[in-house]
Each structure stands twice: as structure tokens, then as C-alpha cells.
Design a protein around this ligand. Structure first.
Ligand SMILES: Cc1cc2nc3c(=O)[nH]c(=O)nc-3n(C[C@H](O)[C@H](O)[C@H](O)COP(=O)(O)O)c2cc1C
Length: 410
């Protein structure tokens, strides 16, 4: 997933602490990361090991831990996240927050934070209704702390009433709503991205394809959508789910891909990340081709497919402001990428090494070099997700301050 949003999760001492594990698990599926502070009370109910196993993040417990505190861990923790969430929030921790106490890592981080705070209380109904707890909640509310739940229902103590932790999905919805609005530098821009391989039919059961998984193209589309662009993804056949917030058009072959891309114009940016087959069988047979007796070889007539990148680069008045292509090379990367830049008439080429040794096709990582007219940039090895975000941010910066304008103002 594209840019991960970090939430500092504080788990305090209540029977509902086990539900924090569900919040972490489901939250990660929504692109949230949860560095966690576990209070002494919380550690009576869930273990740091189960939290760390689900979150993939460190679990902090000790205010005076040397390694964390040599870098003022409590301050760093409270500042690095975009939001602090206490779930479950025990009556005890709510009281300490209201009183401004700082006698452990959780309360100290809560006092030191400059980020919004959301609490999800959970306790026995009498504890919740107690005037002390209600007064503490009132104080926190007035200070701008967000409060979700508790909700009515059966309580773990056997009683019934208000006091149940809000449902993990509702807490996650509240988290997403409480997160500061992300920076949307591509709001109002329209982007088309192509992704995946194309399948070129030989007959109804056979086709010509390539090893593209679509992971890079899909990650690019996700990143553009996350930065606010209206994003259209034209995808060849892949095993990937449709990225959230992206309009996905599924196609099989190069001609269909070309048709959908042209229909998507005008756009501000086109990123051609699909591995489009250069050729297709001259004539796809309508019936399965049968092997004739002991036939040992067979010739397949191939004709050229339409060149999507070259076509949009020369689309006249409808040409996008920025046309970006990929060059998948197994040798002479720079030479081939520069030749492609000229031949296709696009603005940028991202050249990547797709030789077997590089493991790019189907892999998680990618390493590219960006070639533009008179500019070369070597990007470090990145996950395909991070590479997508780096590209989207680079495009946002370029649209805001195009090279010609930069040159004039310099
Ligand atoms: C079995 C058990 C269940 C508890 N459940 C809750 C609870 O659901 N909510 C709550 O506020 N306190 C509950 N408590 C009391 C807290 O654990 C206690 O106030 C503790 O000091 C809170 O620690 P904390 O400040 O680290 O949250 C429970 C205690 C026990 C022994």
C-alpha cells in the first residue's frame, strides 16, 4: 500500500485489551501502522509478543528504558505518529489524563504529544457512570480529546449497560476521520495509468503474454489516488485486487488497452507501466488449433500491436502535460532508455532492469533510473509501493513547478 499512516496506540488495563489486537490487524489492512505503548495494567491482559507479531512494530512499556530514553523515546513516540489512540482506555488512565499525570510511559507520552488524541473507553457500567469518570470525560472532551464509545451491551463482568468497547471497525472509522487531512497535491488532476501484461489470443485457449505481475502499475495508481488525483487504471489480466479509490478498467489485449486509454483523455498525466505485447498473432483463430498428426513445428504469424506510449505522446491537443513510460530492459539500460525517450516522444522514461537476476517481474522491489530530456536520476532500490509514491510526489512537484518555469525564475 502506498503511504502508511502511523498511529500511536496505547493499550491500557481492561478486559477489552484483546480487542486492540483486532484493531491492529484490521487497521493494517487499511494502511495504518501501530507502534504501541502497553501500560502495566494492559500487560496483565495482552502480551507484547502478540501485539508485535500482529503490528510488526516495536511495543514500548518502560519510561526509563535506556535504549529508548537515550533518544528521549517518550517525546519521539508521541510526535512521530499522526494521531494518538487509547484503546481500550481504562477508568484509571482516563483519570490520569484528566489530572495531567505523567508517572509512566503512556501518561508521559499523552502529556508530551502535539497530535490529536482519541480515546475508546471500556469498563464496568458503574465505573463508567461514576461521577468521577464522567467528570474526567468532560474535562478531556473540553480539551479536544475525541471519544468513541463506550457502547451498551453485555459486559465481561456479567453486568449489562454502557461500558463495552466500541466495535474495532467503528474505532478504525473514527481513527480515519480523526487523522489530519492528508496533503493532496494532485487534487483536481486527472491521471491515467496502465498496468499488467496483455494477453494476445492465438486461439480461444492459447495466448501470448509476458511475466508482468502488474504490481508496479497498481502501486503507481494507488499512490496517485492517495495524493488526490482522479485516477483511472487500465489493467491487463493480473491477480491483484483493484486499488482503493481508483477507477479500474479491465482489458485483455493491447488494442483494448489502447481504446480505454484514448477514451480516458484528456488527462494531465499518463503513466504507461503496462508490459504491452509488441506483437500479436496476425489472426486469432476462432476454434482451438488442432495438432495435425506428428506435426513437429508450426509457424505463428505476428503483427505489430498499436504503440500506446507513442500514440498518447503525439495526441495533439489532447496530449497529457506529462507522459511517462517504462523501459523494461535486460541489457544496455541507459542506451535503450534514451533511444526509447526519443522514439516515443514521451517526457520521462523510468528504466528498470528486468533480467532474471534483478527479480523485478513479480517481485516486491524495483530499482529504476529516470531519464528525461537532459536529466538522469538514479533512484535507490525501493519497494514497488514506495516507488509509486516517489513517482507521484515527483509528478506533483513537476506540475506545480514545471522545468520551464523553474528555469525562468532561477
Ligand atoms: C480482571 C480485571 C478486569 C478489569 N477490567 C477493567 C476494565 O474493563 N476497564 C477498566 O477501566 N478497568 C478494569 N480493571 C481495572 C484496571 O485494570 C486497573 O484500574 C488498572 O490499574 C488499570 O491500569 P492502567 O492504568 O494501566 O490502565 C480490571 C481489573 C481486573 C483485575
Amino acid at each position: 500500500m502506498a503511504e502508511i499512516r502511523r498511529i500511536l496506540l496505547i493499550i491500557s488495563g481492561g478486559i477489552a485489551a484483546y480487542k486492540a489486537l483486532e484493531i491492529i490487524r484490521r487497521g493494517r489492512e487499511r494502511g495504518l501502522a501501530f507502534p504501541t505503548i502497553l501500560t502495566t495494567g494492559g500487560a496483565q491482559f495482552v502480551t507484547p509478543l502478540s501485539i508485535a507479531a500482529l503490528s510488526g512494530e516495536k511495543v514500548y512499556q518502560d519510561l526509563f528504558s535506556l535504549t529508548d530514553e537515550s533518544e528521549m523515546g517518550h517525546i519521539r513516540l508521541s510526535r512521530e505518529a499522526e494521531l494518538v489512540v487509547v484503546a481500550p482506555a481504562s477508568a484509571d488512565l482516563l483519570a490520569k489524563m484528566a489530572a495531567g499525570m505523567a508517572d509512566d510511559l503512556a501518561t508521559t507520552a499523552l502529556l508530551a504529544t502535539d497530535k490529536p488524541v482519541l480515546v475508546a473507553p471500556a469498563m464496568n457500567v458503574m465505573m463508567w457512570r461514576h461521577p468521577a469518570t464522567q467528570a474526567n470525560i468532560q474535562i478531556l472532551r473540553e480539551r479536544g480529546v475525541g471519544i468513541i464509545g463506550p457502547v451498551a451491551g453485555d459486559l465481561a463482568c456479567g453486568e449489562e449497560g454502557d461500558g463495552r468497547l466500541a466495535e474495532p471497525t467503528d474505532i478504525l472509522d473514527a481513527i480515519e476521520q480523526s487523522l489530519p487531512a492528508p496533503d493532496l497535491p494532485l487534487k483536481g488532476k486527472r491521471v491515467v495509468v496502465t498496468s499488467g501484461p496483455t494477453h494476445e489470443a492465438i486461439d480461444p485457449v492459447r495466448y501470448i503474454a509476458n511475466r508482468s505481475s502488474g504490481r508496479q502499475g497498481h502501486a503507481i495508481a494507488t499512490a496517485f489516488a492517495r495524493l488526490g488525483a482522479t485516477t483511472i487504471l487500465v489493467s491487463g489480466p493480473t491477480n491483484l485486487p483493484d486499488p482503493p479509490g481508483v477507477k479500474v478498467l479491465h482489458v485483455i489485449n493491447a488494442r483494448q488497452m489502447m481504446g480505454e486509454v484514448l477514451k480516458a483523455l484528456p488527462v494531465d498525466v499518463a503513466v504507461c507501466a503496462a508490459a504491452v505485447a509488441d506483437w500479436r498473432p496476425a489472426e486469432a483463430q476462432t476454434e482451438k488449433i488442432k495438432k495435425k498428426g506428428s506435426e513437429e513445428s508450426r509457424k505463428l504469424d505476428l503483427i505489430a500491436n498499436p504503440d500506446i506510449l507513442a500514440t498518447i505522446s503525439r495526441a495533439g491537443p489532447k496530449r497529457p502535460k506529462l507522459v511517462i513510460g517504462f523501459a523494461a530492459e535486460t541489457e544496455a539500460l541507459e542506451q535503450n532508455a534514451l533511444a526509447k525517450l526519443e522514439k516515443k516522444g514521451c517526457d520521462w522514461i523510468l528504466a528498470n532492469d528486468v533480467s532474471e537476476a534483478a527479480g523485478t517481474f513479480g517481485g516486491e522491489f524495483n530499482k529504476v533510473q529516470l531519464f528525461s530530456h537532459g536529466l538522469t536520476e538514479q533512484w535507490p532500490k525501493l519497494s514497488k509501493i514506495d516507488l509509486g509514491m516517489r513517482l507521484a510526489k515527483r509528478v506533483a512537484a513537476t506540475l506545480k513547478d514545471p522545468p520551464a518555469k523553474r528555469a525562468k525564475s532561477a
